[in-house]
Design a binder for this molecule. Structure first.
Ligand SMILES: Cc1cc2nc3c(=O)[nH]c(=O)nc-3n(C[C@H](O)[C@H](O)[C@H](O)COP(=O)(O)OP(=O)(O)OC[C@H]3O[C@@H](n4cnc5c(N)ncnc54)[C@H](O)[C@@H]3O)c2cc1C
Length: 365
């Protein structure tokens, strides 16, 4: 039987979430993944579930999705750790901007509080002296994304889903897909191939944005919160060819995960020049970080659309072809709500949030 109600192409966190939801809705689903499940950007990421408030659409999607992640808080596979996010203000100007940020987040139902310099050092004694304060979002968490993707795919396969692992979609066929080797699957198609999107849907502009991460040996409680500089959003949303920002996470293992960098580059090579810049940025905020033993450095590619918002919906000009891709550096956070937006459209239902800002048809507008 090679006919399905939905063929999900790609099993990163986004495809996995879509397949899981479609299967739960009773659809006959096929998943095609050259493998391993969650082995693309999903495996490379930090797994920080964070609400970003810079763009109203991003705020709506990240908040809605973050609420859905609560259903996974007790799931062992998620390795869910509620460390909270502590945004750090370098100076009085950054500190003064926190009130507006708290108000925007509050409108979306997110509880955030300003912390003065004294409280900042009580929360994180290792931070460099001279910082102005920060903003604490205590309920935020981190997860281990590739294991969640595996869990979602496994759960889908218990509900009428066929997994074509080790196979790649070679082309769209008009009424389904052709796999490498020539096998044909027929049915509506949902392309969730992350950075590989242009191979199947070249009409949707997308660029890979490389990020480097460094992980240390175990130093339990060296830091306790996901730490980000308030200038992080400028790095994430700006169009600078290369940027770095202070972004450090305590893993549940006691290891310290250090980010983040951004470059428009689709190679996976480690650049020691970028790593040095990224670490110097982190050492400026956490001076004793330089005494910790680094164990591994890796890179990952963020799928980046020109406006920074993902493509979620029907592909203009193609019958029965849907897309869920282009989540840049926020796709772990937003995967669950993305799946709901796409599957709601597929089933002709209203969504809990407005799907308009993410429709692929905006590319022609
Ligand atoms: C360094 C770094 C740090 C990050 N940190 C965070 C973070 O802390 N929080 C957060 O929310 N987000 C973070 N992100 C972003 C997040 O990782 C991505 O947005 C998200 O993983 C995208 O998921 P995806 O499923 O679209 O893509 P991917 O995980 O790349 O999955 C796409 C899948 O499609 C498959 N595929 C490709 N071509 C084909 C084909 N022709 N046929 C079949 N399958 C195909 C691939 O094998 C792959 O498994 C980070 C990203 C990076 C790089």
């Amino acid at each position: 039987m090679n006919t399905f109600d939905l063929i999900v192409v790609g099993a990163g966190i986004v495809g996995a979430a879509c397949a899981d939801l479609a299967a739960a809705e009773g659809l006959r689903v096929a998943i095609v993944e050259p493998g391993p499940v969650g082995g693309g950007a999903t495996a490379a990421s930090m797994g920080h579930l964070v609400v970003m408030d810079d763009d109203p659409a991003e705020l709506a999607l990240s908040r809605h999705s973050q609420q859905m992640w609560e259903a996974y808080a007790q799931l062992p596979e998620a390795e869910f750790s509620r460390c909270g996010t502590l945004w750090v203000a370098r100076d009085e100007r950054e500190y003064a901007g926190i009130a507006a940020k708290i108000a925007r987040l509050a409108q979306a139902g997110v509880v955030a509080e300003a912390v003065d310099a004294k409280a900042l050092y009580e929360l994180e004694p290792e931070l460099a002296r001279g910082l102005a304060g920060g903003m604490l979002v205590a309920a935020e968490a981190v997860v281990y994304p590739p294991r969640v993707a595996e869990f979602l795919v496994k759960r889908a396969t218990t509900r009428n889903t066929q997994l074509h692992l080790g196979r790649r979609v070679h082309a769209l066929s008009g009424d389904g897909v052709v796999l490498d080797g020539g096998t044909r699957l027929s049915g509506p198609v949902l392309v969730a191939t992350g950075c590989a999107l242009p191979e199947l849907l070249p009409m949707l502009p997308l660029r890979a944005r490389k990020g480097h991460l460094v992980i240390t040996d175990r130093y339990p409680a060296f830091v306790r919160h996901q730490l980000l500089e308030l200038g992080y959003a400028d790095s994430a949303h700006g169009n600078a060819p290369t940027s770095v920002a202070f972004n450090v996470q305590p893993r549940p293992t006691g290891q310290v995960l250090i980010g983040s960098s951004r470059e428009f580059d689709s190679s996976s090579e480690v650049s020691m020049t970028i790593v040095r810049r990224m670490l110097e940025r982190a050492f400026a905020f956490l001076p004793r970080l330089c005494d910790l033993q680094a164990l591994r450095i890796w890179t990952g590619l963020r799928p980046t659309t020109p406006d920074g918002r993902p493509y979620l919906g029907a592909v203009p000009g193609l019958r029965d072809v849907w897309v869920a891709a282009g989540h840049e550096g926020l796709g772990i956070t937003t995967a669950l709500a993305s799946a709901h937006l796409v599957i709601d459209q597929l089933l002709g239902r209203r969504s809990a949030i407005d799907p308009a800002p993410y429709l692929p048809s905006r590319v022609r507008a």
